[in-house]
Design a protein around this ligand. Structure first.
Ligand code: NDP
Length: 517
């Protein structure tokens, strides 16, 4: 059936490619205010952009499905996991973090893994990263770490002094720096990266029991990374390399897959565990807490429209389903506020009604209504207030409260108020970074690449005192690592100085030549 062009309110539109003008007979013309299509075309164009995400702006995305592959009914009641073979529709959005929406996606960065599972008990969002840890463990530093990675307030350029000043002052993130500056900071494609919850979550059951979990997502394509040189070249020749690779693979029916695992700790184990399980700068060593498979992810459908499907998608760790709960990880708790807050700012207060965010199950929340861009019937004449559980409203029948999903046995800890555990950094905080340095030593070239990649960045530091502090931080990881970084930085700085001198020398000759002409 053919369609006809209309104005935005449905009136037939005979000509959308020429404006209505008063012509003067010599090729000129005065456009008319009555040309509604012209006015709306121009006005809509200047309003096309919505606020860019302050982090995670550049991304690729696709649809697919999660398939439960193992029985985990001893751990959780989550419906999407309760039958082997059960499939749940998924939207995945993978992004760099710091750079802007139009930036090259092979730039070294952590990669965000935003995934919405449209389950039969509402949406579950996994807002993970391609690294198992993070730079900070106190959420008050979240804006600061991101600003230090972005642009300097004066020069509007990324700034090595600012970056390293932050990290020297917050060395609990050294473990994550090793991940970032290893080759995993420049993945060869989205199909070839792993992802991790980083945070500790809980699996809960209706009998009131719960376990702590961390999620691991492992690529079935194998981990593959770019060297720094390849990533830099691609940033110039194909700045949308990651977006293109994923799109092309799915168009060619080469569907990428990941296996999904959890690490599980019983609450009693957690209390005795030698690592703070709420500290996002730490992993749970595999030897202590093995991986248990739960499912498989397959991406098989490209978005039909990037803006509607991917740009308007909003992910939040607060989107949880029965059987899946939060933990006392302070970073998780803060993100559960910050992510929906960012979506309300970026998309508007009714962003959950947008098709890409809309749950596939019926939604009934009549106490959340009105506001900009309310779609649908806005709950008609249903009460917009709550009564108590003891005496439901007289005016709405056949609506019941869901069974409670709160786990009564959940986390009985003794609490005292304090200015957090992040104020001190102890030798313990470097143990896992040292372990990673040794993991990199298992494969030829990986330690060399880490040293080179770090030195590339550190060589941009201009403040001599700061440089010494950077070396000291890495000496806490491994003395040899620090010495190698220092040697590489000094070589790069000498190379830079020689280059400047050569340019100055040659321009001096030119000036002289001009002068003597
Ligand atoms: P293991 O020796 O059991 O595991 C090391 C893990 O490191 C591997 O399983 C792999 O995880 C990951 N890895 C391998 N090569 C690289 C690389 N080039 N860059 C980054 N990660 C790599 O040791 P532990 O569990 O005791 O952990 C030792 C260190 O390994 C940790 O300090 C941490 O930095 C790193 N690591 C640990 C993870 C964990 O959850 N325990 C997860 C990821 C890294 P994978 O297959 O997931 O890529």
């Amino acid at each position: 059936m053919s369609r006809q062009y209309t104005l935005a309110e449905g009136q037939p539109q005979p000509s959308n490619s020429s404006s209505v003008q008063l012509r003067n007979g010599h090729g000129g013309g005065h456009v008319l205010l009555q040309d509604t299509q012209l006015i709306e075309t121009l006005a809509h164009f200047s309003r096309e952009r919505i606020p860019e995400r302050v982090v995670h702006a550049k991304a690729a995305g696709a649809y697919g499905y999660f398939e439960a592959t193992h029985d985990v009914s001893d751990l959780t009641d989550a419906s999407f996991l309760n039958t082997i073979g059960k499939k749940t529709k998924v939207l995945l959005r993978v992004s760099t973090v710091g750079p802007e929406r139009g930036s090259a996606d092979t730039i070294r960065d952590v990669h965000g893994w935003g995934m919405k599972l449209y389950t039969d008990e509402g949406n579950l969002d996994w807002v993970f990263n391609n690294t198992a840890v993070f730079f900070i463990r106190d959420p008050i530093k979240f804006p600061s770490v991101n600003r230090a990675h972005k642009r300097h307030p004066r020069t509007n350029m990324p700034d090595a002094d600012m970056f390293w000043d932050f990290h020297v002052g917050n060395p609990e993130g050294t473990h994550q720096l090793l991940h970032l500056f290893s080759d995993r900071g420049t993945p060869a494609s989205i199909r070839h990266l792993n992802a991790y919850s980083g945070h500790t979550y809980t699996f809960t059951k209706s009998d009131g029991s719960f376990r702590y979990i961390k999620v691991h997502i492992k690529t079935r394509q194998g981990v593959k990374n770019l060297t720094a040189a390849e990533a830099t070249r691609l940033a110039g020749t194909d700045p949308d390399h990651l977006v293109r690779d994923l799109f092309d693979a799915i168009e060619a029916k080469n569907y990428p897959q990941w296996d999904i695992f959890v690490q599980v700790l019983e609450p009693e184990q957690a209390e005795k565990f030698n690592i703070n399980i709420f500290d996002m700068t730490k992993v749970w060593p595999h030897a202590d807490v093995p991986l248990r498979p739960i499912g498989r992810l397959t991406l098989d459908t490209n978005p039909r429209n990037y803006f509607a499907d991917i740009e308007q998608a909003a992910f939040s760790p607060s989107n949880m389903v029965p059987g899946w709960g939060p933990s006392a990880d302070p970073m998780l708790q803060a993100r559960m506020f910050a992510y929906p807050d960012a979506a309300r700012y970026r998309l508007g207060v009714n962003y959950q009604q947008l098709p890409t965010n809309k749950a596939v199950v019926p939604v009934y929340v009549p106490t959340q209504r009105d506001g900009f861009m309310t779609f649908g019937d806005n709950y008609g004449d249903d009460p917009n207030y709550v009564n108590s559980m003891l005496r439901p409203t007289t005016f709405k029948k056949n609506v019941v409260q869901a069974a409670t999903t709160l786990s009564e046995k959940h986390e009985k800890w003794t609490l005292e108020m304090a200015n957090a555990f992040t104020t001190t950094v102890t030798p313990e905080d470097y143990v896992q970074a040292t372990a990673l340095w040794h993991v990199l030593g298992r494969e030829e070239g990986h330690q060399d690449h880490l040293v080179e990649n770090l030195a590339d960045s550190i060589a941009g530091v201009t403040h001599a005192g700061l440089l010494q502090e950077v070396y000291k931080v890495f000496a806490n990881v491994d003395k040899q690592l620090s010495a190698r970084i220092q040697a590489a930085v000094e070589a790069k700085k000498k190379g830079q100085a020689d280059k400047v001198n050569a340019i100055a020398g040659s321009s001096g000759t030119d000036k002289h030549a001009m002068h003597t002409k």
